[in-house]
Write a protein that binds this ligand. Structure first.
Ligand SMILES: Cc1ncc(COP(=O)(O)O)c(C=O)c1O
Length: 473
């Protein structure tokens, strides 16, 4: 990349070139060993004489900021110059809005514990990389996925059609392809829908405990966010505060408790929206990994009034790294959501969308799901059985037969004790999430959340043995 030197309106040109390069070396934009532009080329680019540039380079070399060797150009010097040079202190002149102080970045997931029970990750080692690579290759030949130009904000037509078919078959959701909008995962779906429907100062509601990122996102949009408690049937509809305009829920597999919202509550929730004029974002999280019993109808089907926005993600069925999800909107808001997508990032990368469309329509997705369902079911069963048999004096398992994680309440109810167990478990190479982390309000429940996307079946026994030891100490 060409290093940018600007001489607009400057007088002492050699000084200016020296000063800009020196600053770049000191602040690390030109790292140790980086090649400075050849003097002849820089002189031409800046329309100055070559000797002007040479004077600047000689001074950088003389002061130890750069090293010049005949034939191999001038390079930024090793770090000694950087350490000894006095750095100008950075003035904190810009101050972001305060709300950003409360949002921490996600933990680095690249170095997992030996026994990794963190929720929210699929088993990436079983992803069909070879088929996916083939499809991505195909997408980048000019004809199949377009001409390399901007695409439609709503998404690649073939993917919108494939998703409409998929949710029709798998979830009974009637969707017209034009109401399917492709997003960068659930997170962007919530962002776009909220932008389309509510205004700063409006009240919105989320589950408590619940999935954190949408809750934080809604706060940064200036919304008043209330946590609504969840019992064994799911979100308690009667506890939704008055004047709530939008509710975000995960009925298929409540995060983090892992339970499925009862049919009665789903009907109540659809009724709430109809009665109050509110909207529901139905995050169909983990519905694909259901072991055994019949799936319950999405709220979207139970709603006759067109007030449910159905959201799905390929983060767990495929890979989180793809950043691929979708939203199925009532016709009345599809234009606004598409327009919000256009202004956010124009559209999701076309190559990824085209590959996903083929993956769905060729049957590869269904095959991959079948395989992963079997894998996850055996992990789920082993963990649930072991918790029930060996942890019964410490934990009460929340009944669940779906998804990539399960939760258990602590029998003695002590959040501090679970934190201490977590610390001891980490020291023994076992990671999980304390349930208290997912509280939306002031009251945190004590318990644990165990994911099994990141731990192979044959490591579960030993991982749980170590966890048990962390409880016993
Ligand atoms: C409830 C819930 N919804 C959705 C997701 C996926 O989010 P995204 O599609 O933005 O990756 C997660 C990930 O853990 C989740 O827990």
């Amino acid at each position: 990349v060409e290093f940018q030197v600007s001489l607009v309106g400057r007088r002492r040109l050699a000084d200016e070139i020296y000063r800009q390069l020196r600053t770049a070396i000191l602040d690390g934009r030109l790292t140790e060993g980086a090649l400075l532009p050849p003097s002849r080329e820089l002189a031409r680019r800046l329309s100055v004489s070559r000797s002007t540039v040479t004077v600047a380079y000689d001074r950088l070399i003389g002061e130890g900021f750069a090293i010049g060797k005949v034939g191999s150009g001038t390079r930024a010097a090793p770090s000694l110059a950087r350490v000894t040079a006095r750095r100008r202190p950075q003035r904190a002149s810009l101050r972001p809005r305060r709300m950003w102080d409360a949002v921490s970045l996600p933990a680095d997931t690249r170095r997992p514990a030996d026994y990794d029970f963190r929720p929210g990750v699929p088993d990436a080692s079983l992803f069909p990389y070879q088929s996916w690579r083939r499809l991505m290759n195909r997408a980048f030949r000019p004809a199949p996925s377009g001409d390399g130009m901007y695409g439609h904000p709503g998404g690649h037509a073939a993917l919108r059609e494939a998703i409409a078919r998929h949710v029709g078959i798998a979830r009974g959701v009637r969707a017209d392809p034009q109401d399917v909008i492709i997003t960068a995962g659930t997170q962007q779906a919530v962002d776009l829908v909220a932008r389309a429907l509510v205004a700063p100062g409006d009240r919105v509601a989320v589950e408590d405990p619940g999935y954190g990122p949408p809750r934080r996102l809604l706060r940064t949009l200036g919304l008043r966010v209330s946590g609504v408690p969840v019992d064994r049937e799911g979100l308690i509809v009667d506890a939704i505060p008055p004047e709530t305009r939008l509710v975000y829920v995960s009925p298929s597999h409540q995060f983090p408790l892992g339970l499925t919202m009862s049919l009665r509550r789903r009907i109540e929730l659809a009724g709430w929206a109809d009665r109050t004029g509110g909207a529901i974002i139905e995050d169909d999280y983990d519905s694909e990994f259901r072991f055994g019993d019949r799936p319950i109808e999405p709220v979207q089907i139970l709603d006759a009034a067109g007030r449910v926005i159905f959201v799905g993600s390929f983060s767990k069925t495929m890979l989180p790294a793809l950043r691929l999800g979708y939203v199925i909107t009532p016709r009345s808001i599809s234009h606004a959501v598409e327009a919000a997508k256009y202004l956010a990032d124009w559209h999701t990368p076309t190559g990824t969308q085209a590959a996903m469309a083929w993956f769905l329509s060729s049957g590869s997705f269904a095959r991959h799901l079948r395989r992963m369902r079997t894998v996850y079911e055996s992990r789920h069963r082993l963990i649930a059985d072991t918790l029930r048999n060996d942890f019964d004096e410490h934990l009460e398992v929340v009944p669940s037969s779906v998804g990539l994680h399960l939760a258990a309440h602590s029998v003695d109810g002590s959040v501090d004790r679970i934190d201490a167990v977590h610390r001891r478990a980490l020291a023994a190479g076992v990671d999980f999430h304390p349930l208290a982390r997912y509280a939306a309000g002031d009251v945190a429940r004590a318990g644990i959340v165990l994911g099994y996307g990141g731990i192979p079946l044959d490591r579960i026994d030993e991982g749980l043995r170590r966890l048990r030891a962390a409880f016993d100490r």
